[in-house]
Write a protein that binds this ligand. Structure first.
Ligand code: B4P
Length: 193
């Protein structure tokens, strides 16, 4: 069992790198952003409530996100490990996750934190907005998402740093070069490669 958190601000490449990492290491990909967008697409009550927050660049309430993750863990009891992408986004979510994993006899092994400058983040997400159809990929909402990240999400790195689990990786440059750096850190801690 190997549980990895891919951490970083909006637009830092979490979704992009997650796709490559799950393929290489056979981890189950849990992206709360994707799970929430599925709920919106399916027009569920949860999705309708979440959309109100997401369209303003705000975080969805912790209990909603923790409930989705609990379900996903229960649906994948035989997994090799999980890649958490865009989760946890608050210290309360991190504590909730730690508790859920502990109850299942495991825990977080590594947090890989992607570092990207704010100008580059905005540029990437504005570009993605031209084709993504995502209502939160416009400059005003992107700026709000970055403020939300600084206030509520950045402290999550501190939570895991206390246990020596965080490694910072430069998230600017070629996608394959960044992937290589991430794999190096995972390989140093596992025999999964
Ligand atoms: P997410 O779906 O997690 O979206 P994100 O932060 O924008 O990151 P994403 O993974 O999509 O982008 P990536 O960096 O890969 O969250 C959306 C919203 O959902 C949140 O604002 C919040 O409201 C809600 N939410 C989700 N999880 C939550 C939680 N746990 N608690 C509360 N609320 C939650 O890529 C961005 C762009 O950069 C792409 O176009 C990509 O092609 C490009 N890119 C990637 N790597 C690059 C590189 N090396 N060089 C150049 N471009 C690159």
């Amino acid at each position: 069992m190997f549980n990895l958190i891919l951490f970083g601000p909006p637009g830092s490449g979490k979704g992009t790198q997650s796709e490559k990492l799950i393929e290489k290491y056979g981890l189950i990909h849990l992206s709360t952003g994707n799970l929430l967008r599925e709920e919106i697409a399916n027009q569920t009550d949860l999705g309708t409530a979440a959309k109100n927050y997401m369209d303003k660049g705000q975080l969805v309430p912790d209990e909603v996100v923790l409930g989705m993750i609990a379900c996903a863990l229960d649906n994948n009891v035989h997994a090799n490990g999980f890649l958490f992408d865009g989760f946890p986004r608050t210290v309360a979510q991190a504590r909730g996750l730690d508790e859920m994993l502990q109850q299942r006899g495991s825990g977080i092994d590594l947090v890989l934190a992607l570092e990207v400058t704010e100008d580059e983040l905005v540029q990437r997400l504005v570009n993605r907005g031209k084709t993504s159809g995502r209502s939160d990929d416009n400059e005003e909402v992107i700026r709000a998402r970055i403020v939300e990240y600084e206030n509520k999400t950045a402290p999550v790195a501190g939570h895991y740093a206390e246990a020596g689990k965080v490694v910072y990786i430069k998230g600017e440059g070629g996608v394959d070069d960044i992937f290589h750096e991430l794999c190096g850190q995972i390989n140093a801690r596992t025999r999964m490669a």
